[in-house]
Ligand binder design. Structure first.
Ligand code: VAH
Length: 317
């Protein structure tokens, strides 16, 4: 029976991935860990939770060995906006955490390991439209540099040691269950919350800033489909481009206005505008679709309906 360890289970992706994996593998076979307190939704789920600092090699190694872990999902990371405020700290956390877990998975012959990359791995001289799987990759943020370097380490551990490590270049992820932390694409979450609370939103990106985006439901399903695919179908051992749609703040505001007609938005670009401008505007994910059958399901209107309905309940509005 598989035993899964989730590191960073309290984050925006971690909470939903933990809940989804428990549906697949059984609650007691998915151990959620985080350096912070257990997230309320995980508490409610009543599955196993432990405090764990991914930077503590010995503690992580002990848990993987003692629990006979067969799969590890490492989701702890410092995102793009926060990373620019403390570059060396962000690099250290993002890279040392990955190197710790790669070594521990190798030593304990862990069956499968998942580590997320991001479209942030691309930089300003990458083709902006339909960014190919294989292209110029010169990130200019610490987060992007750590994601690309991490992808190269993942491929190294696959080629050198045969570790079955799999990865996805997530676009901006939109969700309502768990708050994002320090991302440049977080505006696409905050806008829904502010629209419901105040019918007004001041966006930290300019109105025509197109970015690749995806609903968390699609990202979680895609992650599990990638991990469940037969190994021989996984032809790319860096990270697969993954895509659903691209939109600008102006377009998401128009989608919201279909439900909240008097919603208004204004724009006050800040330092995150420069980060967003260095990223692609749309992604070619044909390799993921060809190799393991990736298909997105949520479009902008479906996202907007789901976000507003669930946030209304969550915020008791
Ligand atoms: C960020 N949400 O904004 C992350 C994501 C594509 C961006 O990786 O940093």
């Amino acid at each position: 029976m598989d035993k899964i360890l989730i590191i960073g289970a309290g984050g925006q992706i971690g909470v939903e991935l933990t809940l989804a994996l428990r549906q697949v593998y059984g609650r007691n076979n998915v151990i959620a860990t985080d350096i912070r307190e257990e997230h309320p939704l995980l508490k409610e789920d009543n599955g196993p939770f432990r405090h764990l600092d991914v930077m503590d090699f010995k503690e992580v190694a002990k848990m993987v060995a003692q629990e006979n872990i067969t799969q590890v999902y490492l989701l702890a990371a410092i995102l793009s906006a926060t990373g620019e405020s403390k570059p060396v700290w962000a690099w250290d956390i993002n890279m040392q955490s990955l190197l710790n877990v790669l070594e521990i998975c190798r030593e304990n012959k862990v069956k499968k390991f998942y580590w997320p990359s991001s479209i942030a791995a691309f930089g300003p001289n990458t083709p902006k439209q339909d960014t190919p799987q294989h292209t110029i990759i010169e990130p200019v943020t610490v987060y992007g540099i750590s994601k690309y370097a991490g992808e190269l380490w993942c491929r190294y551990y696959f080629q050198r040691y045969g570790l079955d490590i799999r990865s996805l270049r997530y676009p901006g992820l939109i969700s309502w269950k768990s708050a994002p932390g320090g991302g440049t694409t977080d505006y696409a979450i905050d806008i829904y919350i502010e629209a419901l609370k105040k019918k007004q939103f001041t966006c930290f990106l300019s109105e025509d800033t197109y970015l690749p985006m995806m609903y968390m439901n699609d990202a979680i399903r895609g992650t599990i489909e990638l991990m469940e695919a037969p190994a021989e179908q996984i032809k790319n051992r860096m990270a697969y481009n993954l895509s659903a749609m691209s939109f600008s703040p102006k377009e998401i505001a128009a989608a919201i206005r279909k439900h909240i007609p008097d919603f208004t938005i204004d724009y006050a670009p800040d330092y995150r505008q420069q980060i967003a401008a260095s990223w692609p505007q749309s992604i070619d994910d044909s390799e993921a679709r060809a190799d393991w059958g990736w298909q997105h399901e949520f479009d902008m209107d479906k996202i907007t309906i789901d976000m507003l309905a669930n946030l209304k309940k969550k915020l008791a509005l």
